[in-house]
Design a protein around this ligand. Sequence first.
Ligand SMILES: Cc1cc2nc3c(=O)[nH]c(=O)nc-3n(C[C@H](O)[C@H](O)[C@H](O)COP(=O)(O)OP(=O)(O)OC[C@H]3O[C@@H](n4cnc5c(N)ncnc54)[C@H](O)[C@@H]3O)c2cc1C
Length: 429
Amino acid sequence: MDVAIVGGGYTGLWTAYYLARADPSLRIAVLEREVVGFGASGRNGGWCSAIFPATLRKVAAGSSRDGARRMQLAMNDTVGEIEKVIQDEGIVCDFARGGYVSVARNKAQWARAQAEVAGWRDWGFGEDHMRLLDATEASERLNASGVHGGTFTPHCAALHPARLVRGLASVVRGLGVRIHERTGVDELVPGRARTAQGDVTAGIVVRATEGFTAALPGLRRAIVPMYSLMVATEPLSDSHWAAIGLGQRETFSDKRHLRIYGQRTADGRIAFGGRGAPYHPGSRVRPSFDLDPRVHAMLRGVLRDLLPAVDGVSFTHAWGGNLGIPRDWYPSLSYDRASGLAHAGGYVGDGVATANLAGRTLADLITSQDSDLVTLPWLSRQSPRWEPEPLRWVGINAGTALFAVADRTEARTGRPSRAAATFWRALGH
Ligand SMILES: Cc1cc2nc3c(=O)[nH]c(=O)nc-3n(C[C@H](O)[C@H](O)[C@H](O)COP(=O)(O)OP(=O)(O)OC[C@H]3O[C@@H](n4cnc5c(N)ncnc54)[C@H](O)[C@@H]3O)c2cc1C
């Protein structure tokens, strides 16, 4: 093989796609422990968004103001790039570019919305990037309870995550890439990926294992798997939708600290998710962690509170999966020509678009393209390692609890939580 890619999610498959398109003579294999899309790529909230998890301030601190702006502009372009490939390749995945509305539902959230938009202006991004909405404009998009206002960006699309990953796998197979499912890799070393069935030899070995990375030798403290859980309603009636809004299939959230996210699916359901599930000691990953009745009940309650129109509606699905979080919440990618080892990931909860940018960039690096992408500031940077246990477990779960308390306090008092602000600053936001 010329290239062995470990992980059959968006990162692995976009990398394979752009490599095969750039150089059809390359022999490429994707090695996937389970089935394509088994990880977050097959079960996420379907926001194809231009959100880069590290703030512009943080990106600029490690590069320059121009570098940070270029990173954001590359993310904005990525939403259009995905739309283009989906159209060109005939991938049916319910893609709708309706933008993203985030409502502010108490005074503290409204203050954050205003500060956020002012922040974008300071960085030279105008109304076409992020707009402040008054209460009427915000409610027209999402008729949520207690709306003070909100923000809107056009740089987001809703899509069906599993259809995208399966469609992409089928396109990639059509380009001659070999996808080996049920093939777990135990170790990645220069020139080979070690599996229980034997070694796969390849000049270049790409790690695209995101929330599963901690199980690989030497990477236990590189990326933490955090669980994000989701629920979905039955298909809603036209009268429900008339009451809720989301006429452009905008993706939606509010400005709380403990992130929530939702979309109107093509078949008229609400798919809705959020953080709040515990981090498990030792960065363990288990199928049973996907289903946490307490967190699923909490999500149903949050959605009913956010959108009173869903009261009485049935919830038909509940699931979850893991995200990959680097210690500094800053995704990265690398390619070392000497060893042939490459990686991409650490997208926190924003990997749908970011993985495409990663795949394109890795393909450019591997095929020696002198493109703008290979100069973006997330290249070859090293996130610090996470703390050893039990410190890691204590710190992460304390942070989650702090955000949950801060959200409740802000809803009650309307005053911004100082503790949450301090914690965000400690994370470098
Ligand atoms: C519930 C949920 C909701 C989310 N919502 C959104 C959203 O709305 N928008 C957004 O941008 N992001 C969202 N995310 C994050 C996003 O889905 C991920 O960042 C993205 O899918 C990561 O893609 P990936 O290919 O890097 O990783 P994954 O999709 O996790 O793929 C990694 C693959 O590698 C395989 N693998 C792991 N280890 C090995 C090994 N040793 N050998 C072989 N194979 C291996 C796994 O089985 C898996 O299939 C969400 C995540 C979750 C869990």
